[in-house]
Design a protein around this ligand. Structure first.
Ligand SMILES: Nc1ncnc2c1ncn2[C@@H]1O[C@H](COP(=O)(O)OP(=O)(O)OP(=O)(O)O)[C@@H](O)[C@H]1O
Length: 390
């Protein structure tokens, strides 16, 4: 657990980069700091590993004030990933990753073996290990950056805009990779981004900051979308909050009908298209066990008849969701979100199979109806392949 207690950073020229920041980043969960340029995200992050020291207040790592830990010892337990990876250009990839184990006194063979294991873990081919950073794509370099930060198996990972410099497709796959890694490793991650969609996708908890280094709201992504604390947060979240919120509603309650005769299937039961006189027309699929209501609606919108095809893990058709069936769940969703609900109206968020550790709401905000209770049930676990957006 990382705890900020009334942390302020005033630079020598008088700039207040972070102002009286109080929050908790729970163990084993991803806490995202998000906000516009200059709001103090990087400063906050760097105060954790003491690249910058706070002017006032304190930061505790599992209860210990980081100022009581000498920086090299502190940083051994904290991996750090930055934009554009920051790899050593004259060292081969394997040696880049082996750097920290080597500094920790591991012998060369063991450090290299660990590096190879990590490269595989972040989805890189073993043959890339012998290349130099300039021989890798931006996305591959970022993966190496993550592998290097994980090399000494630190319990804490600080990530400062790690995926900002790559194109949107690579970025999405790096985000998915991080969620997959995290479901295995359950590190305590503090992730900085200025991209609210990235924050919502990755964060168990999202801290929205405003310029002047003040916390505007801290909440789980679903609550943030439903109940922005003020106009600043609402504007920062942007449009389509209602639709994006559907990403957190599981599709498993959608009523499925039997497979109709006009849905053409192949020999193994996978969909081919909707039969019409003019030939097969496009279809959309969703997996009710894994996907969100947003994915189910998207699947319906891809078909001319407005019917979504439900499939299992092997993409075999298990039924269809008609417009009426989707209307039913949307109606329930709307009703429950316009009336105050005394208890949790929806099951766990769609992209989690276990409840994430809760962070306390800040800025006086109580947890929303779909937020985890402020107990400590364990880290989030995204087991899906597509992330919360379905
Ligand atoms: N060394 C410094 N001296 C004076 N002011 C600084 C220094 N470093 C940062 N600042 C200022 O502190 C404020 C917060 O900067 P910080 O880099 O933490 O913001 P950020 O939210 O990470 O921004 P960005 O998204 O643009 O990277 C900004 O106004 C910045 O100009």
């Amino acid at each position: 657990m990382i705890t900020f207690e009334g942390v302020t950073k005033r630079y020598d020229d008088g700039t207040v980069a972070v102002d009286d920041l109080t929050l908790e980043a729970p163990t084993g969960a991803i806490t995202v700091f998000v906000g516009p340029s200059g709001c103090g995200k990087t400063t906050s992050l760097r105060m954790i590993n003491r690249m910058i020291d706070a002017t006032d207040g304190r930061i505790l790592l599992d209860g210990q004030d980081v100022r009581e830990i000498d920086p090299p010892t502190l940083r051994r337990g904290i991996g750090y990933v930055i934009q554009q990876a920051g790899l050593f250009p004259h060292r081969k990839i394997v040696d880049n990753v082996a750097t920290v184990p080597h500094l920790l006194g591991w012998d060369r063979k063991r450090a290299r073996a660990r590096a190879m294991e990590l490269l595989e873990r972040v989805g890189l081919d073993a043959e890339l290990a012998r290349r130099y950073p300039f021989q890798l794509s931006g996305g591959q370099q970022q993966r190496v950056g993550v592998a290097r930060a994980l090399a000494a198996d630190p319990p804490v990972l600080l990530m400062d805009e790690p995926f900002s410099a790559v194109d949107p497709v690579v970025r999405t796959s790096l985000q998915d990779e991080l969620l997959r890694l995290q479901s295995d490793l359950q590190k305590t991650i503090v992730f900085v981004t200025h991209d609210i969609d990235e924050a919502i996708k990755l964060g168990d908890t999202v801290a929205v900051m405003r310029v002047g280094g003040r916390l505007a709201q801290m909440a789980g992504p679903a609550t943030l979308l439903t109940e922005p604390a003020d106009d600043f947060v609402r504007e920062f979240l942007g449009r389509d909050r209602g639709i994006r919120r559907l990403s957190f509603i599981p599709a498993k309650d959608v009523r499925l009908a039997a497979v109709p005769a006009d849905l053409a299937l192949d020999a193994s039961g996978r969909p081919l298209g909707w039969r019409t006189e003019g030939g097969l027309l496009p279809y959309g699929t969703f997996n009710p066990e894994r996907d969100s209501l947003r994915a189910a609606l998207d699947a319906a919108l891809l078909a001319v008849n407005g019917t979504a095809v439900a499939v299992d893990e092997d993409d075999r058709v298990i039924g269809v969701a008609t417009r009426e069936a989707l209307d039913e769940v949307l109606g329930q969703y709307a009703a429950r979100h316009t009336a105050p609900a005394p208890e949790s109206p929806w099951p766990e968020e769609a992209h989690r199979t276990s409840t994430p550790r809760a962070a306390p709401g800040s800025a006086g905000e109580a947890p929303g109806p779909d937020e985890p209770a402020p107990t400590d049930p364990g880290p989030g676990d995204r087991s899906d392949g597509e992330g919360p957006h379905g």
